[in-house]
Each structure stands twice: as C-alpha cells, then as structure tokens.
Design a protein around this ligand. Structure first.
Ligand SMILES: Cc1cc2nc3c(=O)[nH]c(=O)nc-3n(C[C@H](O)[C@H](O)[C@H](O)COP(=O)(O)O)c2cc1C
Length: 172
C-alpha cells in the first residue's frame, strides 16, 4: 500500500478506537512543515506516508486554522535557522489562538547540521514543541532532529528510515 505521495505505508495505521461509537475511527493527522532547500519537506513526506494514507501535508504558509479543524495529531517540522524555526514557522505558531490545541496530540521535528558549534544555539524542534504545548497541546514524543550533511543537504544516510520509524511510534 502507498500514500498518495508514493511513499510506502507503514503497516501500522492511525486507527484509534473511539469509545462509545463501537467502532474504530481514522485518526486525523496533519503534518505542517517549512523547507528552504527541500530536505525538511522530504522528511515531512516520509512522516506523512508513515502515519497513514489520509495524513494531510501542508506548508506553513498555507496552513490556516481551517486545516487544523478536527485534527487529532499535529506534527510540525522546520529547518533549524539560527537555532530556531524559520520565520514562517514562527508566524504559523504565533497565529494559533491561546488554548487552540487543547486535546490535540502534537510532535515536532527539525532538520539540522551535525555540528557541535551550531548546536550551541539550540534547535527548531525544541522551540516548536514548547510553543505547541503552550497552546494546550499534548506532546506525544520528545522533539526530534534529522541531520543534513550540509546547509542545502542532502540528508545524512539513514535519516529517511529513522523518520519513518519515529512517525510510526507517534501513533501510540
Ligand atoms: C539561514 C540559515 C541558518 C541556519 N542555522 C542553523 C543552525 O542554527 N543550526 C543548524 O543545525 N543548522 C542551521 N542551518 C542549516 C539548516 O539546518 C539546513 O539548511 C536545513 O536543515 C536544510 O533543510 P531544508 O532543506 O528543508 O531547508 C541554517 C541554514 C540556514 C540557511
């Protein structure tokens, strides 16, 4: 089975049991990401594929409050720029209303350089996770970083597989 993006699906699907309904319902998953050189987008697509065929994928600039309606699991990813998420990601987070993510599960990831020096400035995912939690969301996994070999990429070997595994674990 394949996601619309063409990425093979994990055998694990996002299908929680909804108490009271007597049936399993499909969990609504949304991946919101930013990407300057395409590496974070690649990871976002893999995460989308690993969480189910109906997972939504939106760039930060086009993801408004509407896209978040009825979302059970929101996953936000950004490149690390100066130890922070990109300005567009920060704007997306700032636009979320207070307590707007109450009852929503969230996870955050970034892409970053494997350099101790740049690590001193911190990483995007840590800040994104903090912001999401401050809007009332429940963090379901520690913030995760995926490595690029250089500013424009490519991703380090093995990071695609690691992203699929990380995403599968978010389904609980
Ligand atoms: C303006 C700028 C600032 C950056 N700052 C950092 C940084 O503080 N820490 C880090 O690990 N990587 C930093 N990088 C490298 C990015 O993490 C890398 O370009 C990104 O992961 C690539 O993702 P993308 O292809 O989705 O844009 C920076 C890159 C740019 C362009």
């Amino acid at each position: 089975m394949r996601h619309a993006s063409g990425i093979p699906l994990s055998p694990r699907q996002a299908i929680p049991y909804r108490p009271g309904t007597g049936q399993a319902d499909v969990m609504k998953v949304l991946v919101v990401y930013d990407s300057m050189h395409g590496n974070t987008e690649k990871i976002a697509r893999v995460i989308g594929g690993a969480t189910g065929p109906d997972t939504g994928l939106e760039r930060v600039g086009s993801a408004g409050a509407r896209a978040l309606e009825g979302v059970d699991l929101l996953i936000v990813g950004s490149p690390t720029h100066g130890g922070k998420p990109t300005p567009a990601t920060q704007q997306f987070l700032a636009a979320l209303g207070e307590a707007s993510l109450k009852g929503v599960k969230v996870a955050a990831f970034d892409t970053r350089l494997p350099s101790r020096f740049v690590g001193m400035f911190g990483y995007a995912a840590t800040r994104v996770a903090k912001d999401l939690e401050s809007k009332g969301a429940t963090l379901v996994a520690p913030p995760e970083g995926f490595m690029v070999k250089a500013t424009r990429g490519p991703l380090k070997d093995g990071e695609i597989g690691r992203a699929a595994k990380w995403a599968g674990a978010l389904l609980g």
